[in-house]
Ligand binder design. Sequence first.
Ligand code: NAD
Length: 262
Amino acid sequence: MINMQRLASFFGLEGKSAVVTGSGQGIGRAIATLLADAGASVVVADLNTETAASVAASINTAGGKATSTFLDVSDLASIDQLVAFTQAAYGGIDIWVNNAGIFPKMPFTEVTPALWDKVEAVNMRGAFFCMQAAVKDMKRHEKGGRIVNLSSVASRNVTIYDQPHYSATKAGVSAMTRAAAAEFAADNILVNGICPGGVGTEGAASSQTVMPRGPIMGAGRMPLNRVATPDEIAAAVLYLVGPAGAYVTGHEIVVDGGFLVS
Ligand SMILES: NC(=O)c1ccc[n+]([C@@H]2O[C@H](COP(=O)([O-])OP(=O)(O)OC[C@H]3O[C@@H](n4cnc5c(N)ncnc54)[C@H](O)[C@@H]3O)[C@@H](O)[C@H]2O)c1
């Protein structure tokens, strides 16, 4: 018989608060929902307040605990507001997942400084200042914490044409993950990352339609021969933020159906 109590002792998040950036849809929505399923009180934070509210509502309807708020990770004042919102709602931050990201495609030779700056401001600078804000709150309450950054296999290998600017930001996210892990281990703040391969999300679907050339990472290049579901990425996050991940810091879990080894 399955020992649910023992299982919960590894994967339960009862009494924890969690912020998930960009959780109005896609991978972020799956993460917010799974962390709430595990017992966490979740803040669904997104640029799109309608989708964020709807994700929080469906978590609450299912018996979980969630609230939603506006967030633009490229705006430091907005990050500060999110921290204040979470402190008011749940007392502080135990878990922070940097998921918000954009991946507009553009041929290498046509990337403009404006596009570079936009992608960098969301994916890399946004993740950095969110980490900074999360760490400050975790140090304030002195209970430690968990941070998970969504990087990508694109940080390590070429996955799709016309995304050099995106790949650069994700390599930066991976480097920041390692730096923060070393820096804050003494505060019991564990910082890890996830490198998804292809994931079937709203964002990925709309980006495929404007793809000028075919993907390098097509189904045929993936040993498991399909893209991931958002839930399969969320499951790896749950491992990292729960008791099961208590001795893991500074690493990334690659969830790519075998792409990187193919
Ligand atoms: N889908 C994939 O194949 C894939 C693969 C590897 C990595 N990733 C990474 O996973 C993360 C989520 O990807 P997804 O496919 O779910 O994307 P998505 O486009 O489906 O969802 C992204 C969410 O982030 C929100 N967002 C965008 N900019 C924001 C900002 N400035 N502030 C706050 N919220 C913002 C959007 O409103 C949206 O709700 C991204 O960081 C992405 O780079 C995705």
